[in-house]
Design a binder for this molecule. Structure first.
Ligand code: ZN
Length: 315
């Protein structure tokens, strides 16, 4: 049997970040303004190191390049997925991502970004910004140019355990107090639509007005897709949150044990609550790992919630 690949997360400081990645996840002894933990990433802006075992010290991108057999010999030139935990003490800017075709053409061959959010925690009566109210591209442009953002954006109520898929071209934003696990295409291309007029180091951050107007889907269709309420699912079985061209994501709410065969090219696993064991290795909240190709039988034990994913676009 192959070893599981345990990762060392990369932490990111952000103007809107909080303390929960330190106080609740213990990724570091101290610090504040830590907005993101890139738990499983081979992206050049945050390439996780392998924490133990035969490949200890290598980065995930190096391991992916040198040992593609661990990843089912998939053909993607770059490791396709990125999993992060986001702690938004303050609201994030309102943004939109391009699709693969637009990013390829305008962003030096980068991938586009389809992403999805699992709400780990949020305040009472929390809302996320998902979608917009403009009926035509002209109306979108008019509203953006006039700064009528409160009219433009659509807010939807969410609670802990909710899940939302965000396709390219969807205007979106995480609001203050949200703790989210994001699974996404391995891309860092973001167009900022609006930043609430905030100053960072005395200056407003760059707003990508023209790109935003160009890539935003009009009319917006995010409303139809809706949320998945996954706070109360059956225990000890894989619950599919989404499957799309890029990934499939599951939640496993474990109380006891669950045994399955790892039949995917590889499977990403993040422990988001509680603790337990994966094939006799102790794991706890905040651990991120990969079960490689040909891993065989997997035994999860304990009292924990995990979010799992596998890539679908593999050539
Ligand atoms: Zn995004």
């Amino acid at each position: 049997m192959k070893d599981m690949i345990i990762l060392e997360p990369v932490l990111k400081e952000n103007v809107w970040g909080g303390e929960r990645l330190i106080t609740e996840f213990h990724y570091r002894e101290e610090g504040h303004g830590i907005g993101e933990c890139w738990g499983i990433s081979a992206h050049p802006h945050g390439d996780c190191r392998i924490a133990e075992g035969e490949y200890q010290g290598m980065t995930l991108s190096q391991l992916y390049a040198a040992h593609r057999e661990l990843f089912g010999n998939i053909q993607n030139p770059q490791f396709p997925l990125l999993v992060k935990i986001i702690d938004a003490k303050d609201k994030l800017s309102i943004q939109v991502h391009p699709d693969d075709a637009y990013a390829m053409k305008h962003e030096n061959g980068s991938l586009g970004k389809t992403e999805c959010w699992y709400v780990l925690d949020c305040p009472e009566n929390a809302e996320l910004v998902i979608g917009h109210n403009a009926k035509t591209r002209q109306e979108l442009a008019d509203m953006v140019h006039a700064g009528r953002y409160e009219e433009l954006i659509r807010r939807i109520p969410v609670k802990k355990g909710d899940f939302v898929q965000i396709v390219p071209g969807t205007i979106h934003a995480i609001t203050a107090g949200m703790l989210i696990l994001e699974t996404q295409q391995s891309s860092d291309v973001t167009y900022r639509v609006y930043d609430y007029g905030r100053l960072v180091d005395g200056k407003p951050r760059q707003i990508h007005v023209e790109q935003s107007i160009e890539v935003t889907n009009v009319p917006d269709e995010s409303e139809k897709k809706g949320l998945v309420h996954a706070g109360n699912i059956a225990k000890n079985e894989m619950f599919e949150l989404v499957t799309c061209d890029f990934y499939t994501v599951w939640k496993l709410d474990l109380q006891g044990s669950y045994v399955f065969e790892q039949e995917h090219p590889f499977l990403l696993v993040s422990v988001v609550e509680g603790e337990g064991k994966i094939c006799d290795r102790n794991v706890k909240r905040g651990d991120h790992l990969i079960l490689p190709f040909g891993f065989g039988e997997v035994r999860f034990e304990g009292d924990m919630v995990t979010i799992l994913s596998t890539p679908n676009c593999t050539n």
